[in-house]
Design a protein around this ligand. Structure first.
Ligand code: GLA
Length: 573
């Protein structure tokens, strides 16, 4: 029996629909009946990848088929080419115009959804991408040879960033790879959907405003750890247990850090009764809470008033009381409640009522739960935060592990410093100390500034692997004492000359904490006079980073302050 090799080259292997597979298989069957053996292979012209017709043209090694005569084979090849050619215009007409939902698996059983509203004209694709309630126009888009290419430029944290979407059309779906700058590419499948799928649910009525009673918690700024800065969506049960262990063994607990807070991405969907469930990263929340409590620590959780959280997981919209009850039943002691997709339904002026709803719900559970508002300082939250039962409220957007981010956030806080008091605190976001993006001087400035501001001290690093330097910054008990000062008086900016800022906070026992901050690029000599503090005479000075008494000093204090650094002292009679 003879074997003949035949090769067929197809111009465009991505146009899967361009070959009528069934017809082609019919021809092959007829060839087989002729009793000869033939080796039959298809190849993509562009990639040179062999293609198997049986597998609907997925790249694969060539297939063996039996048998056909030379004439028939030539016919097959010719007919196949004709089929290919006749199919091409059909494929070229494939129109992407319409609404698509792109589902990207998050690896924990959830999907992150992005909507694509596409318009195709020839090879050009225009439209918009809808993600997390934000709409971004497609700045460049093409669809040719079954390949979709979209470019979207977003403005994020004062920077333009370009996101590339590459897709391949397969059986009415698009296999997509999304490339965010500086991140690993992510993949998902886009399917046609209705525009309504991208719309938020209808608005639920809001309660009339009233004052939620003080819950008696957080008399000093909360201290602990939060998963977001270091772990983001990679946080899981194991990491949280590890963090609780390390909180104790590292000495953080003794220094005052108590809350172990799980941020976004623990959520799954809801069960048949509407109860929120956890995804596979958190198999048993109650057991986890029990574990953290067994270490003498407290545990925090995260949600938001919208249908989705900021990371696009299930939010508490329409389930506020039910979720508060679940958190209490699991044993949680702290809730961070993040606005995000609530902005698609409510306006900033609705925020007070929206947060009041959860403030009331938490109190109704009967469990003491610290209520942390996260809405980035919109609508002057410091003016109404305590009224909704809030113990702390974010005053800015997200911090990142860079000097510029930290200083821009931190030095903006003085104007609202007077809105703090026992049980209610301004929150300029979590600490980045130990995450590696700043120098030790910068981290010392970060810790000093947050303490002068009486900010919550929520470490955002991996507590299991802290360097001695990181420990010395996070666990400087003299600096922590400023943060936790029971008098809860606000910090004041004493002077500002270019990049040189002096800030001081009155503490109990007529002591002042004074920070001399150098935001400049070179070391500088800085001073503060006792007169500027409303003091006089010879005063006792202690350097809190050098851990050194500097004796009694008359009239003023001067020091050389490193670039992006601080000298932090206490001054007392
Ligand atoms: C927002 C918050 C962050 C973090 C993420 C989680 O960006 O400001 O602190 O909670 O959401 O998705």
């Amino acid at each position: 029996m003879k074997t003949a090799d035949f090769r067929l080259t197809i111009d465009d292997c991505n146009r899967k629909s361009s070959i009528d597979n069934r017809q082609f298989q019919g021809l092959l069957r007829r060839a087989k009946n002729q009793g000869n053996r033939a080796r039959f292979a298809l190849k993509c012209a562009a990639s040179g990848i062999p293609v198997d017709l049986e597998e609907n043209m997925k790249p694969q090694a060539s297939s063996r088929f039996t048998p056909i005569s030379g004439v028939i084979i030539i016919r097959i090849v010719l007919i196949s080419c004709l089929l290919l050619l006749s199919a091409l215009p059909i494929a070229a007409q494939t129109d992407l115009t319409g609404f698509w939902v792109l589902r990207v698996p998050t690896g924990d059983g959830n999907y992150r959804e992005t909507f694509l509203d596409l318009k195709q004209s020839g090879q050009k694709v225009t439209g918009r991408i809808l993600r997390n309630g934000r709409e971004t126009p497609i700045s460049d888009g093409t669809f040719s040879n079954g390949k979709l290419h979209l470019v979207v430029t977003t403005h994020f944290q004062n920077q333009d960033r370009t996101v590339n979407y590459e897709g391949t059309m397969e059986g009415g779906k698009i296999s997509m790879t999304v490339q965010f700058p500086g991140r690993d590419p992510i993949t998902g499948i886009a399917e046609p959907t209705q525009p309504e799928a991208a719309l938020p649910p209808s608005r639920l009525p809001l309660p009339a405003l009233h004052d939620v009673p003080d819950n008696g918690l957080a008399r000093t700024p909360p201290m602990g750890w939060n998963s977001w800065n270091k772990f983001a969506e990679k946080v899981d049960d194991d990491a949280v247990r590890g963090m609780a262990d390390a909180m104790v063994t590292s000495g953080m607990k003794d220094a005052g850090y108590i809350y172990v807070n799980i941020d976004d991405t623990w959520e799954a969907g809801r069960d048949a009764q509407g109860n929120i469930t956890t995804n596979r990263k958190f198999p048993d929340m109650k057991a986890l809470a029990d574990y953290v409590h067994s270490k003498g620590l407290k545990i925090g959780i995260y949600s938001g008033p919208g249908p989705k959280t900021c990371a696009n997981y299930e939010g508490s919209y329409g389930h506020e009381q039910q979720d508060a009850n679940t958190y209490a039943a699991w044993g949680f002691d702290y809730l961070k409640y993040d606005w995000c997709s609530a902005g698609e339904i409510y306006k900033p002026e609705d925020m007070q009522a929206v947060y009041q709803k959860m403030g009331d719900a938490l109190q109704k559970t009967g469990r003491p739960i610290v209520f942390s508002l996260c809405q980035y300082g919109i609508a002057d939250v410091w003016k109404w935060g305590p009224k909704v039962g809030g113990n702390l409220w974010r005053t800015t957007g997200d911090i990142s592990d860079h000097w510029k981010s930290m200083e821009e956030i931190g030095f903006k806080q003085f104007v609202i410093a007077s809105y703090i008091g026992p049980g209610h605190w301004n929150d300029p976001d979590m600490l980045e100390i130990g995450n590696g993006g700043m120098t030790a001087d910068e981290y010392r400035a970060h810790m000093s500034l947050w303490s002068l501001l009486a900010a919550p001290l929520l470490a955002g690093n991996d507590l299991r692997s802290m360097s001695e330097e990181t420990k010395s910054i996070l666990m400087n008990t003299e600096v922590i004492a400023i943060d936790q000062d029971p008098d809860a008086k606000p910090v004041k900016k004493i002077s500002e000359q270019g990049p040189l800022v002096v800030a001081a906070r009155p503490l109990m026992h007529q002591t002042w904490a004074v920070g001399l901050f150098n935001r400049g690029e070179a070391a500088a000599k800085m001073s503060v006079t006792w007169e500027e503090l409303g003091l006089h005479g010879k005063l006792q000075v202690r350097d809190l980073w050098a851990h050194k008494d500097l004796g009694r000093v008359a009239d003023q204090f001067s020091a050389e302050v490193p670039s992006h650094g601080v000298v932090l002292i206490t001054v007392m009679h």
